[in-house]
Ligand binder design. Structure first.
Ligand code: 2HG
Ligand code: ZN
Length: 466
């Protein structure tokens, strides 16, 4: 491997090649310490040309590449797996953010730019990038696009795919495909960028993107409500859609159990009396006058008996503390030891029956395990996480298949927004009809015949055909 590493050192320079084990270590494990694997080196290219040169060298030496952004994923998509010689390619040095075009409402950024930073730059010219994740302080644009990340505002604005107008990617042989067009309309044939969005680096490395921005919503109104049951929560969603329509920006669900965890593990106080569920509702607009519409809607909700208790933020500071309750659920969960993450979506009308079945089956299978349910009710995405604690209880090994079987019966998806990574790939293979699997594998083999791009993530291909 010496000629390979020498070649990398030549094309990346001293800042671009890390072989010291201590420096490599954070790149070889995910933040939850669920996945880890070995790598020959961590590459830190500083430009697209350097990415291209490094990929070319890897192709020559048959070394696979694991692209990595902020390493904030929950499915092990950016962690090496030990399936053969691999390097991690971190985009952390490619952080340039262009000057936004406020009227065209676009901005061009490099893949390593931190989501929060891009949002700040957009805000600086009166526009916004409404992709909101708890991890936005570390998540990178490349990672967000490669996983087609969702987040808190999907019901209004859509997923990362809806913001990527153009991409630049480095293909498995090192060729640079430049599609950095700031166009909202482009039907000139096959739109190849979609191959790279949500495919977790299986076809190439996203190095830059042109992102669509939206007008800034300077006025927001945020409420935390408690409801007695899920049907009430769903009827409330309908009421907001009827009365506040397109300004509804978030409709987040937090179970009473999840709220308790946030209070006990993170020391935050919930100002609303318990129901079975809490809802964090945000409406936002570039026009003022929302507060009145929000108050009228809440009055109608209380009048219809849909809401048990609630509070409407009277200031931006209060809005932030209500949001903090929702944003701390993952951290509170992580303080309880190990947990199984289930990132599912399903039609709203099937949700109650699905959750009833999960509760009943879990009580039979692993009575000592605890459910931690929360998520993005407005777009049908639930995080049905199961806390195992420090030592997994009896029956834990059957939990994920049980949850996913029920999701399949309900016509849902086993990965709404986090991706398959290495975590859910087996389950995807188990539950996906053959035609869908063969299509994905066929495209992978055509674009990456030597299987060097993030093998074993998102698509069940680990090596070239024998
Ligand atoms: C969220 O909605 C994230 O907060 C994380 O998608 C979900 O911790 C999780 O399972
Ligand atoms: Zn989520």
């Amino acid at each position: 491997m010496k000629p390979f590493l020498d070649g990398l050192s030549q094309c990346l320079g001293p800042a671009g090649l890390v072989t010291d084990p201590a420096e490599m270590a954070p790149h070889l494990t995910d933040w939850r310490r669920m996945f880890s694997g070995p790598a020959l080196a961590v590459l830190r290219p500083g430009s697209t040309d350097q990415v291209s040169a490094a990929v070319r060298l890897c192709a020559q030496h048959g070394v696979a590449i694991v692209p990595q952004g902020g390493n904030t994923g929950l499915a092990g998509g950016a962690t090496p797996m030990g399936t053969g010689p691999q390097v991690v390619l971190s985009l952390a040095r490619m952080t340039a953010i262009g000057t936004p075009d406020p009227i065209g409402m676009v901005v061009e950024v490099q893949a390593g730019a931190i989501l929060q930073r891009v949002k700040e730059v957009a805000a600086g010219c009166g526009r916004q990038l409404p992709i909101s994740l708890a991890a936005e302080g570390s998540a990178t644009i490349g990672g967000v696009i490669s996983t087609n990340a969702g987040g808190l505002n999907v019901l209004r604005y859509g997923m990362a795919r809806d913001f990527a107008l153009g991409l630049e990617v480095v293909l498995p042989d090192g060729t640079v495909a430049n599609g950095l067009k700031p166009l909202r309309k482009d039907n000139a044939g096959f739109d190849w960028k979609h191959l790279f969005i949500g495919s977790e680096g299986a076809f190439g490395i996203v190095t830059a993107a042109v992102l669509r921005l939206t007008p800034a919503t300077r006025h927001r109104s945020v409420a935390l409500l408690s409801v007695q049951d899920l049907p009430a929560a769903i009827r409330l969603l309908g009421l907001f859609q009827d009365r506040i329509g397109e300004t509804l920006s978030a409709f987040e669900l937090i179970s009473a159990e999840a709220m308790r965890l946030v209070e006990t593990r993170c020391g935050l106080a919930c100002p609303v009396a318990d129901g079975a569920w809490f809802l964090l509702v945000e409406v936002a607009s570039s026009l003022d006058g929302l507060a009145g519409a929000m108050e009228a809607t809440l009055e109608a909700a209380f009048g219809a008996g849909l809401v048990q208790d609630g509070t409407l933020a009277a200031s931006e500071q209060q809005a932030q503390s209500l949001w903090a309750l929702r944003e701390h659920v993952t951290e509170a969960e992580s303080r309880c030891g190990k947990s199984l993450k289930h990132d599912v979506s399903l039609p709203l009308r099937r949700m109650e029956a699905f959750l009833d079945s999960v509760r009943a089956r879990l009580a039979e299978l692993a009575p000592a395990a605890r459910l931690n349910i929360f998520g993005h009710l407005g777009d049908g995405n639930l995080h049905v996480n199961v806390i195992l604690g420090e030592t997994p209880p009896a029956g834990a090994s059957g939990i994920t298949a049980m949850v996913h079987d029920l999701i399949a019966e309900a016509g849902g998806s086993i990965s709404a927004e986090h991706g398959l990574g290495q975590y859910r790939l087996d389950e995807w293979c188990r539950l996906t009809p053959r035609t869908g699997r063969d299509l994905a594998i066929g495209i992978k083999r055509a674009i990456d015949p030597n299987c060097l791009m993030n093998p074993g993530k998102a698509i069940p291909v680990f090596s070239p055909p024998k």
